[in-house]
Design a protein around this ligand. Structure first.
Ligand code: PMP
Length: 405
């Protein structure tokens, strides 16, 4: 049974007040709040178990190493990876994509090669590829989107050719909530022998993900957007690529043998985990995944889908409000503008009423340019949000309209 009151009671921060009003937290696309079970795991390690992993022979080091490797198993099982070794822990999506851009780029890319991205990417899935293109004298090709914020897949397919090394696409747009047909894109790209990275930062918290079913070559995601501690996340990669790719950072656990003449590298996944990883956050990520699985990914998806539908219906009835992004397949973020009111003004007034939303370009400036705007107001939902909170958002947006127009 899906019990929203019980779920909410597990998030201590949800009983906070802001300016004397109950907190309405609708900024989950930026980061989610953490349930007690995740906070407890982190606290328990710092209080009773903490020691650096892998290098110790002593008891606590072994305890933490085991917990860290169990968390890797949990991630691998959750996304149905073929093996634990295909999960590289990172600090989040940004680090995962930078790792890939460097290691994939150094291993497989040559001058005049091309990387294909889309207009709706987060800067984290643009800038690392631009940096690679500058470094290697390659070209970045960008697939168009429609006025409704849907990907023009025909245009994307027309960009694929024998020089394309990788397609990098968001599963869900962090601004518009557009769900991209990644399985279909992967199928088309594979038919031409081209691998695909899926940026799952905004899909993993909301959907059942099966990397073998999607058949993606790489996937990046952030733990802090799915109820886990900051500093957690991962890059999934098929072992056939990861085994061939050169390492990213040097040092720590990524070595097999170091001499001044030559260093050889450790096996997967350690080859890509130089230095002390944020093992406590990774362990917290494992617990956060269990928390989501206990609720059930289908229940999460169903509840959030209802929230989005309700938000679109109710916000859509507000005079002078227009949505940025009206894709048919819509996940848990809704962006809008009211008349010519600046999004910052809307956000600031909503804040005074206890409603936390995000305003601005959402790290997607090229998308803002495409839509001919400088920013949006974005409400993004999580498992603990309710229709009553959306009512409060709608009431607050109405107030903003009355005050400013
Ligand atoms: N990609 C997308 C689609 C995102 O929404 C975000 C976070 N807003 C990122 C990448 C970057 O994630 P992080 O800051 O956790 O590395």
């Amino acid at each position: 049974m899906f019990d929203i009151a019980n779920i909410r009671s597990q998030f201590p921060i949800l009983s906070e007040t802001v300016y004397g009003k109950p907190l309405v937290y609708l900024d989950n696309g930026a980061t989610t709040q953490k349930p007690q079970c995740v906070l407890d795991v982190v606290n328990d390690i710092y209080m009773h178990k903490n020691a650096n992993i892998h290098r110790g022979v002593h008891h606590l080091s072994n305890v933490c190493t085991d917990l860290f490797e169990q968390a890797r198993k949990t991630v691998a099982r959750h996304i149905n990876a073929l093996s634990d070794a295909e999960i590289i822990f990172t600090r989040g999506t940004t680090e995962a994509i930078n790792l890939l851009a460097f290691s994939f780029g150094e291993t497989y890319c040559r001058p005049d090669d091309e990387i294909v991205i889309t207009t709706m990417e987060h800067h984290a899935n643009i800038v690392p590829w631009q940096m690679l293109c500058e470094r290697k004298k390659m070209k970045l090709r960008v697939a168009k989107i429609s006025d409704k914020g849907e990907l023009d897949t025909d245009h994307l397919y027309s960009l694929l050719n024998e020089r394309t090394r990788l397609v990098c696409v968001a599963h869900v747009s962090n601004v518009m909530g557009t769900v991209n047909p990644v399985k279909q894109i992967i199928g088309k790209a594979h038919a031409m022998g081209i691998p695909v990275l899926v940026d799952a930062a905004q899909s993993m918290p909301h959907k059942n993900i099966d990397v073998q079913d999607l058949d993606c070559d790489f996937m990046a995601f952030s733990g802090h957007k799915m109820y886990a501690p900051n500093g957690s996340g991962a890059l999934y990669g098929k072992a056939k690529w990861l085994n061939e790719m050169v390492p990213y950072h040097g040092g720590g656990e990524m070595i097999e043998k170091v001499t001044f003449e030559k260093t050889t590298y450790n096996q997967l996944p350690f080859k890509f985990e130089a230095g002390t990883p944020d093992y406590i956050s990774a362990i917290g990520l494992g617990r956060a995944i269990e928390f989501m699985e206990e609720i059930g990914m289908d229940n999460i998806e169903r509840h959030e889908h209802e929230l989005v539908k309700y938000a679109i219906e109710r916000l859509g009835a507000i005079k002078d409000l227009r949505f940025i992004g009206e894709a048919a397949d819509h996940s848990s973020a809704v962006s809008f503008l009211v008349g010519n009111i600046h999004p910052y003004d809307t956000g600031m007034i909503l804040d005074k009423m206890g409603v936390a939303v995000r305003t601005g370009h959402h790290c997607a400036q090229p998308l803002m340019d495409r839509m001919g705007i400088t920013g949006t107001v974005r409400a993004s939902f999580a498992i603990y949000n309710t229709k009553e909170e959306i009512d409060k958002l709608v009431e607050a947006v109405e107030r903003v309209r009355m005050m400013m127009m």
